[in-house]
Write a protein that binds this ligand. Structure first.
Ligand SMILES: [Cu+2]
Length: 120
């Protein structure tokens, strides 16, 4: 019986991993063009979750947090040393000037929400 429970648990975990990581990959990238980009934070995904930008250009991302769960509370830009607390029901601007081309992940503090900033 406990083996069955474990197998079910593992299958469920694999499904969750697949849902959060792979389902985001097919989405089209949103290109920053001087202005601000609104990113909705809801149902475990950033929408849009892929942002493209140019190196050296200042970019404003406005995080519209609609998910009240504590999971969505923070957004962290790894490798850029930027993090912000997002109040529920508000659009919180995060201003970045990435200097080096590359791919930068942004996530919530538990890394359930996943986003990618591609700098050209
Ligand atoms: Cu989280």
């Amino acid at each position: 019986m406990s083996i069955l429970v474990n197998v079910t648990g593992l299958a469920l975990m694999a499904l969750i991993v697949w849902w959060f990581w792979l389902s985001a990959k097919g989405r089209p990238a949103k290109r920053a063009s001087g202005g601000a980009i609104d990113i909705v934070v809801e149902d475990g995904v950033y929408e849009p979750s892929v942002i493209e930008a140019e190196a050296g250009e200042t970019l404003t991302l406005r995080f519209d947090r609609r998910d009240p769960s504590p999971c969505a509370e923070q957004v962290i830009f790894h490798k850029l040393d930027v993090s912000e607390t997002l109040p529920v029901g508000e659009k919180t601007p995060v201003t970045l000037t990435p200097k080096t081309p590359g791919t930068y992940r942004f996530t919530c503090q538990m890394q359930m929400y996943q986003g990618t900033l591609i700098v050209h």
